[in-house]
Structure formats: C-alpha cells, structure tokens
Design a binder for this molecule. Structure first.
Ligand code: PLP
Length: 277
C-alpha cells in the first residue's frame, strides 16, 4: 500500500479521489513542492515551507501552510521509508462551473504522497540546450508543466538526462533543475528572477561553495559560456548535483571529467543531507 494524505486524511493512494471539476485538473491552477527525507528527516524543511508559502501567495491562494507541513511530517513518519521523496500539490480546488477567473470562496485541494528514494551521487549525464519556451513566471512552482514535460520528453527520446534552457542566448535553468558553471575555480549561476525557480538545492550549493571559499557569482550566463566551462552541473532536491558531460548543441564540457571543485561540492552536499542538526 502506498500512503497519501488528501485534504488532511491519510489513506491508501488507491482510494484517493479528486473531482474532475478541480481547478488543478481543469486549468493546472495549483502549485507543488518536492522534498527529500533522508535518514527519516525531511531536509531543508523551512526553505521548502517558505517556498510553498511564496508560491501560494503569488497565485493568491490562502492555505494554512503549517497544517500542510504537519500532515507531511505525519505522512513521512507513517510511510515507514527511511529515505523518501515527498510530493505536495495544492490546487484551487473543485468549482461548480468552468470559468478561468476564480470564485472568491474556494476550498483548496491539498494532496501529498511519499515514495521511496535513495539519496546518492548520480553519474554525469548529457543535456540538450533549447529555447526556454515556458511562461514568464517560473519563480512560481506551478503544476502547469506542459512545456517542461515536452522538453524533458525530447531529452529522454534523445537519450539525454536534462534540457538546459535559454532566453535569447541567456541561460535560465534546466527543465527540472537549476544550472551552475565552474570555471577556473569560480562558481557561476544565473541570478534569481521571474525566469527561474528559486531552487532549494541551488540555495544550499551557494552556501556550501561560499563555505569552501569558492568565488560565487550570481549573474547572467550565456549559452557560449556553458561549453567553455570546466564543469557544468544541475541541481535539484531529488537528484542532488549532477554534472553534464556533453551539450547538444555545444559538444563536450571541459575534459569530460568533473573539476575537483565539483567533487568537493557534491561530497559536501551529500554530507549535508545526512547531517543531523
Ligand atoms: N528548476 C525547475 C524547473 C525544477 O523543476 C526544479 C525541481 O524540480 C528545480 C529548478 C530545482 O529545485 P529544488 O532544488 O528545490 O528541487
């Protein structure tokens, strides 16, 4: 049995039911979070909590985020998984009629599920480099992910692990992760803006890099800088730090072997996941 929580009630995922009139289903009108629990503890909980609160505020949806996270903790404990991937989705809930504008009174749908997960350093992968065809409010962790879905499918069909996105030659992020470049011992990543998700792992990587004395620059990164880097890597809560060995178009990155600074950062990130503060 896979456990989930739907509107505060813990149940078997197979028994969970949501109305087809739910605005999440009709319009993709909702937001989500993906978290990792390692050694039985939800990692970076307060950062995820704040990001969910921000996403909800940006879509004008009033939800008790503390109650959501209390349910999440209960689910994580009940799941019995030592390491798990936790998914939270909050939508504007069911409505009587399909209308783009939302009613003033809604009953949000709050759904969460836990699945098993292994926190481990992943092997280098390859990435397509494509136009960022998404909408312009990517700081909202919206469930409307059709562009990301199509881009990731293109990567998958081409045997690539990610798609790095750019707007007019300037890197934004990747289809499911944030992007970093290492060059001459310095770390560079595009700055926070409406064009990118403020990744929790991105935040932690910047902190770790600063602790390790690496120069960190949050500034616009051009596509041509990617292939001129010693290492390009992407970051996300479920995959950690993954280096990109080859870009399409762009060819091999650096020597094909991640720079020592990448290995140090990935090792420090791994240690952070297991730290019990
Ligand atoms: N950017 C996008 C588009 C994502 O979908 C994700 C994660 O799913 C990230 C960045 C990384 O965010 P986080 O580190 O919080 O998992």
């Amino acid at each position: 049995m896979t456990l989930c929580v739907l509107n505060g009630e813990m149940m078997d995922l197979a028994d969970a039911r949501i109305s087809p009139m739910d605005r999440g289903f009709l319009f993709g009108d909702g937001v989500y979070e993906v978290l990792a629990a390692v050694d039985g503890r939800v990692r970076a909980l307060s950062l995820h909590r704040q990001r969910l609160a921000n996403s909800l505020a940006m879509i004008e949806l009033d939800v008790d985020v503390d109650a959501v996270f209390a349910d999440l903790q209960a689910l994580q404990e009940a799941s019995g998984f030592r390491d798990s991937k936790l998914y939270i989705q909050v939508t504007r809930g069911p409505v009587e009629a399909r209308d783009h504008a939302f009613p003033s009174k809604v009953t949000p749908t709050v759904f969460m599920m836990a699945s098993p997960f292994v926190a481990q350093q992943l092997a280098p992968t390859t990435a397509l480099v494509r136009d960022d065809i998404r909408w312009r409010r990517n700081a909202i962790k919206s469930v409307s992910l059709l562009a990301n879905v199509l881009l990731k499918q293109e990567a998958s069909a081409a045997g690539a692990g990610e798609v790095i996105l750019h707007l007019d030659g300037w890197v934004t992020e990747a289809s499911t992760s944030n992007v970093f470049c290492l060059k001459d011992g310095g770390l560079v990543t595009p700055p926070l803006s409406d064009s990118i998700l403020p990744g929790i792992t991105r935040h932690l990587v910047i902190e770790l890099a600063e602790q390790q004395g690496l120069g960190v620059e949050e500034r616009p990164v051009s596509v041509s800088e990617l292939s001129a880097s010693d290492t390009v890597f992407v970051s996300s809560s479920t995959r950690g730090l993954v280096s990109i060995s080859r870009l399409d178009p762009g060819g091999p990155v650096g020597t094909g072997t991640p720079a020592p600074e990448f290995t140090q950062l990935a090792t420090a990130y791994d240690a952070l996941l297991h730290q019990h503060q």
